[in-house]
Design a protein. Sequence first.
Length: 206
Amino acid sequence: MPSSFAVGTAETGPSIVRMMPKRDNEPAMSGQHGFGLIEQIMTLVLLAVLAAMAVPAFHRMLEGHELRVAQTDYIVALQHARNLAVNEQTRVIFCPSQDALTCSGSKSWGNGWLIGLVDSKKKTQMAGPPRYTGRGYRDALTVASNSSRNYVWFGPDGSSVGTEQSFFFCVKDDPQRILSVVISKVGRVRGESLQDTNKFQCPTTN
């Protein structure tokens, strides 16, 4: 039976408070349980496996993005060089550089490039400071040309002085993924995805 007692004050008067006894069949409050040690270990193992599967794909995606950025850099730079030659009615040189000041004459284009006016006395160099400079890329990314000349000339009419020339972009040890930039004899610049990998062999890290 429930028990009761009266409480109250002089102003409010007495009120009845009933005390209900706890029933025997009433379920007790159970505490909340967290993950056990085994569950936590299994979760960490699963996350490690998923991360190991995702990292190579993510790395390949970043390399693909880097290749496209390098290709776009060269397309824009070569178009700038051609426009400069036409606008100023002079001969313009696009060349590789190691120090961002002078043409290096190197066959490696991955350390940066320059755009400037051709020196009339030494035609593989610029007359005066460069008009535009380009940054280099990390060692794993290769930028190479198919020409024995380590420069590109554009004449006052916008044409490429010499034969058609191409640049190739690849990540070392990944010979199946090669991008290219082609400069036609009339000076037009276009980007391509190289389908025939026999045209250029991507170097290895060894």
